[in-house]
Design a binder for this molecule. Structure first.
Ligand code: NI
Length: 169
């Protein structure tokens, strides 16, 4: 699955003039369409794309469990979705809160000294520094809001840990 499917290289291949920042008026018709393409790239990369995102359809593109995918960005926060099943790992995020919104299924959020059951429609913000371990007996769909610098398994490196690059892929 590729959310960010346009690259600067694609646009430059379509129209090398773009690399000279040519004034719009100088762009020939073929380059005009390349420019449109480039603007699309820019919007996409800046996450300001005027594009409607359907959660259900986005979830349907995910096949791996515990593999969060960035679907948008709000200021310094990534909006991610993940299908989860089983348990992730005990971890915390020292300086960052982390929002979980259960879209489908049931998530058990294990916290130190307590467990919180989250059903579809329930939302919980794990406070910064709090140890937590999300667990799902059955497949569960979760939307997450995390600061762009947040590592989804904190400083714990597990076989399930995904880099930000993988989450953006
Ligand atoms: Ni976390």
């Amino acid at each position: 699955m590729r959310y960010l499917s346009y690259t600067k290289g694609d646009a430059l291949r379509a129209c090398p003039w773009l690399s000279y920042s040519a004034p719009l008026a100088l762009l020939s018709r073929p380059c005009g369409s390349a420019l449109q393409y480039w603007l699309k790239v820019e919007r996409h990369l800046s996450h300001n794309f005027a594009m409607k995102i359907n959660l259900e359809q986005s979830f349907e593109q995910i096949s791996d469990y515990w593999s969060p995918k960035v679907i948008s960005r709000v200021n310094d926060q990534y909006v991610k979705i993940a299908k989860v099943k089983g348990e992730l790992a005990w971890h915390n995020h020292k300086d960052e809160d982390e929002l979980f919104l259960v879209v489908r299924g049931r998530l058990l959020m294990q916290l130190e000294g307590e467990e919180m059951e989250l059903n579809a429609g329930d939302m919980y913000v794990v406070p910064k520094g709090a140890m937590h371990n999300p667990v799902a007996q059955e497949e569960c769909w979760v939307m997450l809001v995390e600061t762009v610098t947040t590592k989804h398994t904190g400083d714990v490196d597990t076989p399930l840990t995904k880099s930000i690059a993988e989450q953006l892929a």
